[in-house]
Each structure stands twice: as structure tokens, then as C-alpha cells.
Design a protein around this ligand. Structure first.
Ligand code: GDP
Ligand code: IMO
Ligand code: MG
Length: 446
């Protein structure tokens, strides 16, 4: 058995969906382990665009089992709608290729109502959440108040738990001047879902435990800088996004796991919070336009800035990243010179890490090294040897700064516009002929 955990290394939207989809050609199982429908993962296959929130990106590949693990918070109405949406794109979804963990906690109306009411009340101090109830749902999980998928199948218990949950949240909603939730109506709505959801429900830990000699992809959502422990707190999401959470979020520990971090060739962020290398001038607009930087979930414009190697080195360390995928390098085709952040300045001192304090994080100033641009088209390139010399130098400098190899490079949204950096080495190897092992091979080069 071998596995790869694919996680975001920045503030989300690095292109995880594209990479998971590309790798899934070699995978038997794709597992989501945290987050919820705050995630927006875009796949482009022969011009057809798939936008996924809760469904693992493996759903698009026939013959691949997709698992929504216990660590995911699930809005059941959204899940059913998403299933219908991808079916309209001729994607087959059935209990044969989708499993929903019985232990996953549900996102229910009180969660998104509280999320949105809080954000409204916070004014300029708001987190800029997706408004989908992620934070309140995880709070309820930890407070042992959550309603889990398995609770749907016991009407008496469900009715009691819904009443308790609604009572708790109505106190907040009342205080915020928001409409209260009606427990009985919610209970009835949930009961209507039971026959539709039940066929998908099972035990992720058991199915994975029985998966002998299978290739598993763990698909992260968000990114390291949005991790509840390691991100730019409090401007983070409410789950651990790093690879260490993958096994907790599905109840299975994989041996020989490779942690693959997905990094944009520049940086973006949506929502509030510190962003040291943000470019508010014309260059930021150019990146935004070329990279189509609008959120998949909320449609909000993403702030754009330069690659931040300080943040990246830290992400590599805290998440145990073994190699990187560099995406959207084509977006930088337009620039004559490309700044890369190599250190920060804080209180007249040069520092090589992102401090934890909220004020310090907001105050660090990037120190840049300027690399020459290539000003030619990299979009759609499939071979490393076809890359312009300056683009190769850019990649090599980033990997030197990040401290791990860049094993894969993405040159467009399309599935196959992807460079396997160490392809030749892989082709020479009898034991490691496929994409799953290429990253391990890349690791061995360091
Ligand atoms: P995720 O949340 O990490 O899966 O990323 P998103 O799907 O939210 O955002 C990444 C966006 O960039 C999507 O619209 C992708 O189709 C697109 N994308 C991915 N890789 C590339 C690339 O190499 N070049 C370009 N131009 N776009 C890309
Ligand atoms: P993917 O998987 C980018 C951000 C929100 C907000 C913060 C908290 O597509 O990379 P939440 O609703 O989670 O409580 O919001 O996290 N955020 C994301 N930003 N990509 C995502 O997911 C995100 N999921 C949450 O914008 O700043
Ligand atoms: Mg996204």
C-alpha cells in the first residue's frame, strides 16, 4: 500500500483539486479528511469544468472510491445537491464509489446562521469566513453537542439532540437579533434526508482498513496558513489542515505516506488577516486577472502577492511536507522581474520566520530578492526541457528557499498540463514507473 497526502501550503486555492484529480489516475481511493463545503476545488478535464466542495476530487474518475471521512463537517443538503450537480455533468455517483463516514458531524442551519450573524456583528474585525457554518459546527463537535451522520438513523435520539442543539444556538441568535430556528421543522427536514443519504453511509476506518494493496490519496482542504494551530490565528479556518490530521480525519494510519504540498508560484488570500507579500498595485491586478483569482465558493476577489518563502519554509516544516507541486507558473509569464520574499523585517530586525502574535504578523515587512522573468508562454508546457531558462531558474530558486524539491509543476488548469519534473528518472526506473512513486523519487534527490 502507498499513499500521498495532498495539502495546501498557503491560504488555500493553490490548485489542490487539479493535482488530486491528476494523481487520481493512479489511485484507488481518494479521502477528504477535514473542512467542509468551505472548500472549492476546481478540476478541468478536456475543457469540462468541475467545481467540488464536499465531494473528493476522485469522484470524476471512474473506478475510484471517494470517501468523506469522519473529520469532515457535512452539510447534508449541500452534499445531495452537489451529487445532483455532478451527475448533470455525466459523473456517476452511487454507493459503489462514494462513502460518507457515519461519524462525520453535520452542519445544520443554526451553524450557518450563527456564523453569518457573528460576522455581521464583528464589522471590520470579521474573519471573512465563507459563511457556511464551518466554525460553529466544529465548535459543537468539540463541545460534544454535534449531531453526527449516524444520529440521523435514530428518530427519537435525533429529535432530542436537535431540540438541545437548537435551544443552545437560539440564545446566540436572539442576542444577535437574528431569526430563531424551529427545532421541530429542522427535525422533520432531517428525517426527509434519511432515505437519500443512508445508502452512502458507512465506516471510513473499516473500508480503509480492509483496503489491502490499494493506493490512497488524502485530499486536504484550505492550506497550512489557515490551520487552526499553525495558521494566522484568528484569521484561520476551524480545523487542522496539515497532513498530520489526515489519519485522524478518516480513522486509518497509512504507512509509506508521502506528504505533497501544493504551492502557487505566487500567493493569494481571500478573507481577512495578514498577508505580508500582498501586492496592492498594478502587479497584483495583473496576477488576479491572469490567474482568474475569484473564490470558487463565495465569488470574492482573492488578494494577490508574491511568493513568500518564509511562510513556505514554515509550512514545509510544520506540515512535514516532503515535496512540492508548483502551480500557476503560467500566471507569471507576463512579468519582467519577479520579487520573491526571502525574509521579513520586524522592529528593524531581519527574521526568518512568521511570528505567532497577531500584531507581529500584521507588522512584518517582506524583504525581497528579485528574479528575472521569462516573458514567454509557459502555459500548457508538458516537459521540463521546454521551460524557458528563467522559469527553470525561478523554480530552482524556490525549491532551494523552501528546502524541499518541487516534483511537479502545473502550467494550466487542464488536467494534463502538468510537468512531472523527474519524469526521466522515473522512466529509467523499473520499480517506480508511475506518478505515485515519482514524488518519493524526487525526495531521494535531496
Ligand atoms: P484548490 O482549492 O486548491 O483546489 O484551488 P481552486 O480550484 O480553488 O483554485 C485554483 C484555480 O486555479 C482553479 O480555477 C484552477 O482551475 C486553476 N489552476 C490550477 N492550476 C493552474 C495552473 O497551473 N495554471 C492556471 N492558470 N490555473 C490553474
Ligand atoms: P480551498 O479548499 C481559501 C478561508 C475563508 C476565511 C477563513 C475562515 O478551496 O483551498 P471558514 O468559512 O472556513 O470559517 O473561513 O478561511 N477559507 C478559504 N480560503 N480556500 C479555501 O478552501 C478556504 N476555506 C476557508 O475565506 O478567511
Ligand atoms: Mg479553492
Amino acid at each position: 500500500m502507498s499513499s500521498i497526502t495532498v495539502i495546501g501550503t498557503q491560504w488555500g486555492d493553490e490548485g489542490k483539486g487539479k493535482i488530486v484529480d491528476w494523481l487520481s489516475a493512479q489511485a484507488d481511493i481518494v479521502v477528504r479528511f477535514q473542512g467542509g463545503h468551505n472548500a472549492g476545488h476546481t478540476l478541468v478535464v478536456n475543457g469540462e469544468v468541475y467545481k467540488l466542495n464536499l465531494l473528493p476530487s476522485g469522484i470524476v474518475r471512474r473506478g475510484t472510491l471517494s470517501i468523506i471521512g469522519n473529520g469532515v463537517v457535512v452539510n447534508p443538503w449541500h452534499l445531495l445537491e452537489e451529487i445532483e450537480k455532478v451527475r448533470l455533468q455525466s459523473v456517476e455517483v452511487s454507493p459503489d464509489n462514494l462513502l460518507l463516514s457515519e461519524s462525520a458531524c453535520l452542519i445544520l442551519p443554526p451553524h450557518w446562521e450563527v456564523d453569518q450573524a457573528r460576522e455581521r456583528a464583528s464589522g471590520t474585525g470579521k474573519i471573512g469566513t465563507t459563511g457556511r457554518g464551518i466554525g460553529p459546527a466544529y465548535e459543537d463537535k468539540v463541545a460534544r453537542r454535534a449531531i453526527r451522520v449516524c444520529d440521523l438513523f435514530d428518530a427519537k435520539l435525533l429529535q432530542e439532540r436537535v431540540a438541545q442543539l437548537v435551544k443552545h444556538h437560539n440564545i446566540y441568535l436572539q442576542a444577535y437579533g437574528a431569526s430563531e430556528i424551529k427545532a421541530e421543522a429542522l427535525f422533520e427536514d432531517l428525517q426527509k434526508l434519511v432515505p437519500k443519504l443512508k445508502p452512502y453511509v458507512g465506516q471510513s476506518w473499516r473500508v480503509l482498513g480492509e483496503a489491502k494493496n490499494k493506493r490512497i490519496l488524502f485530499e486536504g482542504a484550505q492550506g497550512v496558513m489557515l490551520d487552526i494551530d499553525h495558521g494566522t490565528y484568528p484569521f484561520v479556518t476551524s480545523s487542522n489542515t496539515i497532513a498530520a490530521n489526515a489519519f485522524i480525519g478518516c480513522g486509518f494510519v497509512a504507512e509509506n505516506n508521502h506528504v505533497l504540498g501544493v504551492a502557487k508560484a505566487y500567493t493569494t488570500r481571500v478573507g481577512s488577516g495578514p498577508f505580508p507579500t500582498r501586492e496592492t498595485g498594478k502587479a497584483g491586478d495583473v496576477m488576479g486577472e491572469r490567474g482568474a483569482e475569484f473564490g470558487t465558493v463565495t465569488g470574492r476577489q482573492r488578494g494577490c502577492g508574491w511568493f513568500d518563502s518564509v511562510q513556505m519554509r514554515q509550512a514545509v516544516q510544520v506540515a512535514g511536507i516532503q515535496s512540492l507541486v508548483l502551480t500557476k507558473i503560467d500566471v507569471l509569464d507576463a512579468f519582467e522581474n519577479i520579487p520573491v520574499c526571502v525574509a521579513y523585517e520586524l522592529d528593524n530586525q531581519r527574521i526568518d520566520y512568521l511570528p505567532a502574535g497577531q500584531l507581529s504578523q500584521a507588522s512584518v515587512k517582506p524583504i525581497y530578492e528579485h528574479l528575472p522573468g521569462w516573458q514567454s508562454v509557459t502555459q500548457g508546457i508538458h516537459n521540463w526541457s521546454d521551460m524557458p531558462a528563467q522559469a527553470k531558474a525561478y523554480v530552482e530558486r524556490l525549491e532551494q528557499l523552501a528546502g524541499v524539491p518541487i516534483s511537479v509543476i502545473s502550467t494550466s488548469p487542464e488536467r494534463e498540463d502538468t510537468i512531472l519534473r523527474f519524469q526521466q528518472a522515473a522512466e529509467d526506473s523499473i520499480d517506480m514507473p508511475d506518478k505515485f512513486n515519482i514524488v518519493t523519487l524526487a525526495e531521494a534527490r535531496v
